[in-house]
Design a protein around this ligand. Structure first.
Ligand code: NAP
Length: 293
C-alpha cells in the first residue's frame, strides 16, 4: 500500500511527488511515456519566476532528478482504470494507495484531416524541437497561432530554408514578443485566415492545400494547435466538463474524496508551468493533511 499514487510525471505530478517525499510519504509515480510532459518541447521558458531562461527539457530533467534523489519510485506503465477505493489498474499491475493525484496533462490536438495519422514521421510532426533537424534547408509549414506555433517557427527558421506560418485568423493567441520576432525573420511567411484542407502525398508529405485552394509545396508540417485532455478512463471517479477536463472543487479536489487533479488536465483559467507547479504542491499538501488526520 502506497500513501500516494501520482498518475503522470509532468511538472505538476513531479511537484506533488517532491512535496510528498519530503514529508516522508511512500509515493509511486506512474508514467505512460517519458517524464516531463509537454514542457520538454518548450525551447525556452522565460516566464518562470526566478529563472531568467531555461529550456523545457532542462527544467523537466532538473525536477525529475530532484525527485529521484529523494528515492521516488517511478514505474513506466499505462493506467487503465482507477477505482473509487483507490486501486489503480495498469497494463502490468494493480496498486493501492491512500490518496491519488491525477496529473495526466494533455496531448497534442490533431487537425483531424485525412492522412494526418498516416503521414506522422513522414512529413507530419507535432514537435519542432524533436524533428526540426530532419528539415535542414527544406521548406516547412507550422500551423497554429499560440506560443507553441510562434516558438516552433522561430526554431525552424534557423534550420529550414523557408517556414510558412499558417493561422486560421489574423490575431494571435501567442505573446506579442514572439510574434514581432517571427515577423522580423526574412524566411518566415505568414499565411493568415487559412486552414489546411488536405495533406498531399502518399508515403511522404509533398504539399498541403489551403481552403482558398492554394497548394503549398512543403517537406514538413508542424502541427501546433494546442492540446486536449484524455480523461475518459477517469469518468467513474471525476466529473468532466464538455471539453473533457476534470472539474475540481476547493482548488484541486475532485468529487471523490482523496482523489485530486492537478495541472493542465483540470478545468482552470490559466494553463502555465507556474500554475501546474502550484497545483502539484497544493494537492500533495492537502493529501498529506487528510491522511494524517
Ligand atoms: P494555444 O495557446 O491553445 O493555441 C492554439 C492555437 O491553435 C490557437 O491559435 C488556435 O486558434 C489554433 N487552433 C486550435 N485548433 C485549431 C484547428 N483545428 N485548426 C487550426 N488552428 C487551430 O496552444 P499552445 O500554443 O500549444 O500553447 C499552450 C499553452 O502553453 C499556452 O498557455 C502557451 O502560452 C503555453 N506555452 C508557453 C511557451 C513559453 O512560455 N515559452 C511556449 C509554448 C507554449 P485560435 O486562435 O483561432 O483559437
Amino acid at each position: 500500500m502506497y500513501d500516494l499514487i501520482i498518475i503522470g510525471a509532468g511538472p505538476s505530478g513531479l511537484t506533488s511527488a517532491l512535496y510528498a517525499l519530503r514529508a516522508n510519504k511512500k509515493v509511486l509515480i506512474l508514467e505512460e511515456n517519458i517524464y516531463g510532459g509537454q514542457i520538454v518541447n518548450a525551447a525556452n521558458i522565460e516566464n518562470y519566476p526566478g529563472i531568467l531562461s531555461i529550456s523545457g527539457y532542462e527544467f523537466a530533467t532538473n525536477l525529475y532528478e530532484q525527485v529521484k534523489s529523494l528515492k521516488a519510485e517511478i514505474k513506466y506503465e499505462k493506467v487503465l482504470k482507477v477505482e473509487e477505493d483507490k486501486h489503480v489498474i495498469t497494463n502490468k499491475n494493480t496498486y493501492q494507495a491512500k490518496a491519488i493525484i491525477i496529473a495526466t496533462g494533455s496531448k497534442n490536438r490533431k487537425l483531424n484531416i485525412p492522412k494526418e495519422e498516416k503521414l506522422i514521421g513522414k512529413g507530419v510532426s507535432y514537435c519542432a524541437t524533436c524533428d526540426g533537424n530532419f528539415y535542414k534547408d527544406k521548406i516547412v509549414a507550422v500551423v497554429g497561432g499560440g506560443n507553441t506555433a510562434l516558438e516552433d517557427c522561430l526554431y525552424l527558421s534557423n534550420l529550414a530554408s523557408k517556414v510558412y506560418l499558417i493561422h486560421r485568423r489574423e490575431t494571435f493567441k501567442g505573446d506579442r514578443k514572439y510574434l514581432e520576432e517571427v515577423k522580423s525573420k526574412k524566411n518566415i511567411e505568414l499565411v493568415l485566415n487559412q486552414t489546411i484542407i488536405s495533406l498531399n502525398g502518399n508515403n511522404k508529405l509533398e504539399s498541403i492545400t489551403l481552403n482558398n485552394n492554394e497548394v503549398l509545396a512543403i517537406d514538413g508540417l508542424f502541427i501546433a494547435i494546442g492540446q486536449e485532455p484524455h480523461n475518459d478512463i477517469f469518468s467513474n471517479i471525476v466529473d468532466l466538463d464538455d471539453n473533457g477536463y476534470i472539474k475540481t472543487y476547493n482548488d484541486v479536489e475532485t468529487k471523490t474524496k482523496g482523489i485530486y487533479a492537478v495541472g493542465d488536465t483540470r478545468v482552470k483559467s490559466l494553463r502555465q508551468l507556474t500554475t501546474a507547479i502550484s497545483d502539484g504542491s497544493l494537492a500533495a499538501t492537502l493529501a498529506i493533511k487528510e491522511m494524517e488526520n
